[in-house]
Ligand binder design. Structure first.
Ligand code: ADP
Ligand code: MG
Length: 404
């Protein structure tokens, strides 16, 4: 079944429309360091504004654990949204309380209000379906329809993503439709060679996707924090680098499976090892099988792929027709450990075919390193969501919108 799209809701002129966005932007000292997710929400918001709908925009931000916390307020995001839309945006200091009710009641046709962080309410992410439904019913009083457009959360069964979509007439927004289009191109007959590049820090999360990708891809390049679990599985010592000991047998299985299937599993041959986790730490490049043979011994930390590896990865990427990349190659937030991520990003911009970057930190990394969105085929707003899609999992936030 196909996803219900905006037109399935009929005319929304004068109607109150709750728009579930993913405005979960990275903040440092209250300042947005990457507004990519706010920008990605604009096409849907503008389409609804042009119809004369009254927009009640909601999102989560960070993990405030079910209670109000000024550190995770959406207020700076509402301000940024107002700048990008070029029109005033009202801000409600609560999610479903008096302030929200007032802000919504004051909306004019084509007007926009942002309500406070959904996760200030325990019902949003509760494991208990009854609690989620109760919160969704409160949210439902704010609107006549729901447009669901927070692609980054469609793999979560949460009140504003799932239960609310059952209560109100609901449809997917333009961002979700675009994201699914691109992911379809990655799963249905991708042009070959097809290369997937995995990195980042959520090792066990991402290991899961590998068994589903191995039968589908030609090459798998492994960098970031998870590379050390691969090196350890191949019998090497990894010092104090990120390592998931309980995943070693699974990873050994992947290495064998890749060999049997003829998939090129490309592991780093050199890495950057540092004395400690900081920008001014002493660091050296060493062979991937000699991580403990640096001056830092067994306390050395692998924080980036080395230059030979970066060059090999770049060549493999450039020679592909389809590339999906999720997870930075190293700790790019610290300048001395950003080179691997930069080399991979650069190579993606040179792909003759489809190049897709997925993941919040990966997207932030490419922008922080000076690349622009139009240099890539697509920058996905969802890391976990796109990985679960590629794994072939059912995503509750899409199923509830008619997709199967
Ligand atoms: P995404 O949000 O793109 O899915 P993740 O959240 O999985 O990516 O991972 C991003 C984080 O991974 C970054 O903050 C980066 O510093 C970290 N990272 C990358 N390589 C390493 C490493 N070798 N050791 C520790 N952390 C790493
Ligand atoms: Mg992340």
């Amino acid at each position: 079944m196909a996803l219900r799209t905006l037109d399935s809701l009929g005319s929304l002129a004068g109607k109150r429309v709750v728009v579930r966005c993913d405005l979960n932007v990275p903040l440092r000292d209250g300042v947005i360091t990457d507004d990519g997710r706010v920008r990605a929400s604009l096409p849907t918001l503008n389409a609804l504004i042009n119809q004369g709908a009254r927009l009640v925009v909601c999102s989560h931000l960070g993990r405030p654990d079910g209670e109000p916390n000024p550190e995770y307020s959406l207020e700076p995001v509402a301000q940024r949204l107002s700048e990008l839309l070029g029109s005033p945006v009202a801000f409600a200091r609560d999610t479903v309380g008096e302030s929200a009710q007032e802000a919504v009641a004051a909306l004019e046709d084509g007007g926009v209000a942002v309500i406070e962080n959904l996760r200030f309410n325990p019902g949003e992410t509760s494991k208990d379906a009854g609690e989620r439904t109760e919160f969704a019913e409160q949210l439902a009083t704010l609107g006549d329809a729901l447009v669901s457009d927070g692609f980054g959360v469609v793999h979560r069964k949460q009140a504003s993503v799932y239960e609310l979509a059952e209560i109100l007439p609901s449809a997917a927004g333009l961002l979700i439709a675009t994201e699914l289009d691109v992911l379809d191109r990655l799963t249905e007959k991708p042009e070959r060679p097809y290369t997937v590049v995995l990195g980042g820090s959520k090792v066990s999360d991402k290991l899961g996707v590998i068994s589903h990708l191995l039968p589908r891809v030609d090459r798998l390049l492994v960098g970031g924090g998870m590379l050390f679990t691969f090196l350890a599985a191949a019998g090497h010592k990894v010092g104090a680098s990120l390592l998931e000991v309980d995943q070693l047998d699974i990873v050994k299985g992947y290495i064998d499976e890749a060999r049997e299937r003829g998939v090129e599993l490309v592991l780093p041959t050199d890495v950057v090892v540092a004395a400690s986790f900081s920008a001014d730490a002493d660091h050296v490049v060493t062979a991937a099988d000699a991580i403990e043979e640096t001056p830092f011994g067994a306390s050395g930390l692998g924080l980036d792929i080395g230059p030979d590896t970066a060059a090999a990865f770049a060549e493999a990427i450039r020679g592909s027709r389809t590339v999906f990349w999720n997870g930075p190659m190293g700790v790019f937030e610290l300048a001395p450990f950003a080179a691997g991520t930069k080399a991979v990003a650069q190579a993606l911009t040179e792909v003759d075919g489809l190049s897709v970057v997925g993941g919040g930190d990966s997207a932030a990394a490419v922008r922080q390193l000076g690349f622009t969105d139009d240099q890539f085929g697509h920058i996905s707003t969802g890391g976990g969501a796109s990985l679960e899609f590629l794994e072939g999992k059912k995503l509750p936030g899409l199923e509830v919108l008619g997709w199967s």
